[in-house]
Design a binder for this molecule. Sequence first.
Ligand code: G3P
Ligand code: CA
Length: 328
Amino acid sequence: MKYNLLFLICLLLTSCNQIQKEKKLSNKIVIAHRGASGYLPEHTLESKAMAYAMQVDFIEQDLVLSKDDVPIVIHDIYLDDVTNVANKFPDRKREDNRFYVIDFTYDELKSLQVTERFNPKTGEQFYPNRFPKWKGNFKLHSLQEEIELIQGLNASTGKNIGIYPEIKEPKFHQKEGKNLTAIVLNVLADYSYKTKKDNCILQCFDAEELERIRVDLKSELFLVQLIEHPEEAKQLAHFATYADGVGPWYKQILSEKVNNRFQFTNLVKEAHELGLKVHPYTFRADALAEFSSFDEMLKTLLIDANVDGAFTDFPDKVIDFLKKENER
Ligand code: G3P
Ligand code: CA
């Protein structure tokens, strides 16, 4: 009788632990960084559809304005490291020899071929083992086109996969006489992304701009303050006055190894104490740096450091990892 009771208590404790662990892991979100960009050229609709099929939680859109004020999904204000602009419009570069998205209309941008990222000076592909450069037939697209793809798939599959747009270089846009933020917020509202319930997370590296989005523009969206430099992490308490989460470079979560074991800075703990979610970037299976395997990277950051999500070029691998952790 005594042993039966002991057995039952053990069973109950084990299943409670398992439930808690599953709850914790299922709360971690997988963000397709520029789509499934480890497999297809970044920010193409094809890479977004592939990420969708992998059943990620969110798909990312970096946003830059065209000459005629269309928000284009592209990582940089430049075109020459992911398109054939230098061949197609050789006379349209600026004095710094770069080709700017903002100097081209939507129709001109649509006429370009998109390819896997490369160095425009050498022509060398940035990640040599990814999709081969200049193969296929990929195009740029607008924020509206991408939302229609994702919302259309949500309608046809019954899933509810979110969007994670980023306002890129707001000060550059202002200098060019453009208001990227206002245009993006209008498009988001047109497609019913208005509040924290609407499965849209808005991100920006520029802290002044993100604060303005909350305080002056009164956005009710879930806001994530991106963090580029370690010293910015000292401003977490201020970020918490307007943002719901932070997106640091993952290295800002790691500190010096002790006895060959990874140690952590206070960033995640402090952010959690302030009620901020932590979504570090960028988890790449083909750029491991200090890690000996992708699984080690995932375990160190997602489990040991307890972050709340990951921007990744390889969403399928992160999803598999979280599933396996749940089953352990
Ligand atoms: O936005 C967070 C993540 O995408 C990292 O930044 O430079 O790839 O836009 P980036
Ligand atoms: Ca981004």
